[in-house]
Design a protein around this ligand. Structure first.
Ligand SMILES: Nc1ncnc2c1ncn2[C@@H]1O[C@H](COP(=O)(O)OP(=O)(O)O)[C@@H](O)[C@H]1O
Ligand SMILES: [Mg+2]
Length: 335
C-alpha cells in the first residue's frame, strides 16, 4: 500500500550560529569587538518520506530538532543544505500557492488576535486565503461543531481557557482546507479533558479528510491514539523511522516479568534479578534486563515453586520517557 509522497525530505541540515556570551564584565567588553560564535547543528542530514494521508509522529527529547524541521517544512527558515518538497513545493520559496495548501499549528505561538473574538480572526483568515462565503460558513460550522466551541465564537480570545484557545487555533489552521498539517505540541499544557478532545478531533478529522499530518507531542497517549509510524530524532539526527510499536523493541533494555508464586517468598530475595516494580504476595512484578531474562527465569524456577510466569514488553510511554530524559541511551539496543 504505497501512495503518493506528500513530503520528501532529503539530507536536510540547519545550522544556527549563536553568539557565545563571555563571562563577566571583561568578557562582555571583549565581546564587543571580539565576537565569538558557536554553531548549533539543529538538524543533521535528516531524510524521510511521508505519503499522502499519512499521520506520522515526530518524537525526540527537547532540543532534538523537531521544531526546526517543521519550521523548514513550513518555509519559515531556510536550510543550510539539503532539500525538501511538500506537495511538490520547495517550502522556503514561500509561494502563495504553497501557503494555501498547508498549516502549522504550534502550542506556543498563537495566530489569533488576543483582543478579538475568534470569529473576527476567522473572518480575517477568510480574506487572506480568499475562501468563498458559503464554503467558509460551512467549514466554520463543521469545525466548531466537531470541536464544541460554537458558543464561544463571540468571546474575546483572551477570555478563553488554554484548551478552548487551542481548539480555535485548530479551526484557524483548517479553515482553508490545507492538505498538509504540521502540529508542533498541539496539546502542550492542556488539561486532560481538552487534550482528549483535541486528540479525538484530530483522529476524526484526519480520517474524514485524509490530510497528511506530522505530529510532535510529548504525550504518548496522543501519539498512540493517532499514529502508527514514528520518526524519532535526537541531536538533529533521525534514529528511528518505522512502526511506533517497534520503538519499544528497539530501545527498551528491559522486559517486565510477572511471577505468581505457589508458596510464600521473600520478594527482597528477587531484587538480585532486577528492579521490583510491584510485590503483592504471591504476585511479583520485576523489571529485568533483556539479555538476562532467560537466565533469570531459569534460576527463579529452580529456586522457587512458581505457578505462572509472563514476560511482557514495557509500556511505550515509559520507554519514550527514558529516551527523552537520558539521551546518552539513545542508541538502538539491538542493532
Ligand atoms: N533560532 C535559534 N537560534 C539558535 N539556536 C536555535 C534556534 N532555534 C533552535 N535552536 C537550537 O537548535 C536545537 C534544536 O531546537 P528545536 O528544533 O527547537 O528542538 P525541539 O523542537 O526538538 O525541542 C536546539 O539546540 C536549540 O537550542
Ligand atoms: Mg520544539
Amino acid at each position: 500500500m504505497h501512495g503518493m509522497a506528500a513530503i520528501e525530505v532529503e539530507n536536510l541540515n540547519r545550522v544556527y550560529r549563536v553568539f557565545r556570551k563571555k563571562e563577566g564584565l571583561w568578557g562582555s567588553l571583549r565581546g564587543l569587538w571580539h565576537r565569538e560564535y558557536i554553531e548549533v547543528h539543529a538538524v543533521r542530514n535528516v531524510s524521510f518520506t511521508i505519503d499522502e494521508g499519512e499521520m506520522v509522529a515526530f518524537l525526540g527529547p527537547n532540543g532534538a530538532g523537531k521544531t526546526t524541521t517543521l519550521k523548514l517544512l513550513s518555509g519559515l527558515i531556510v536550510p543550510s543544505s539539503g532539500t525538501a518538497r511538500v506537495l511538490g513545493h520547495l517550502p522556503w520559496n514561500r509561494e502563495d500557492a504553497y501557503r494555501r495548501r498547508f498549516s502549522l499549528v504550534t502550542g506556543q505561538k498563537e495566530q489569533l488576535w488576543w483582543d478579538l473574538p475568534a470569529q473576527e480572526s476567522f473572518r480575517l483568515h477568510r480574506e487572506i486565503y480568499r475562501i468563498g462565503a458559503a464554503d467558509f460558513q460551512r467549514r466554520l460550522d463543521e469545525l466548531s461543531d466537531l470541536l464544541e466551541v460554537g458558543q464561544l465564537m463571540a468571546q474575546p480570545v483572551r477570555e478563553l481557557s488554554l484548551g478552548e484557545r487551542m481548539r480555535m487555533e485548530l479551526i484557524a489552521a483548517l479553515l482553508h482546507r490545507p492538505e498538509v498539517l504540521f502540529l508542533d505540541e498541539p496539546t502542550i499544557g492542556l488539561d486532560v479533558v481538552s487534550q482528549r478532545k483535541v486528540q479525538e478531533f484530530l483522529s476524526q478529522y484526519q480520517k474524514q479528510q485524509r490530510i497528511t499530518v506530522i505530529l510532535t507531542s510529548h504525550y504518548m497517549k496522543d501519539v498512540e491514539a493517532l499514529c502508527q509510524r514514528a520518526i524519532v530524532i535526537n541531536k538533529g539526527t533521525v534514529i528511528h523511522d518505522g512502526p511506533l510499536a517497534s520503538i519499544v523493541e528497539r530501545f527498551s533494555r528491559h522486559k517486565i516479568v510477572e511471577l505468581l508464586f505457589a508458596g510464600d517468598i521473600r520478594s527482597t530475595d528477587l531484587s538480585r534479578y532486577g528492579k521490583i516494580l510491584e510485590s503483592r504476595a504471591p504476585r511479583v512484578r520485576l523489571q529485568i534486563e533483556k539479555h538476562r531474562v532467560s537466565e533469570s527465569l531459569a534460576s527463579i524456577l529452580s529456586d522457587y515453586a512458581v505457578d505462572d510466569i509472563s514476560v511482557m514488553e514495557r509500556p511505550l510511554e515509559d520507554v519514550i520517557a527514558e529516551l527523552f530524559t537520558a539521551d546518552d541511551k539513545l542508541v538502538p539496543s539491538n542493532r
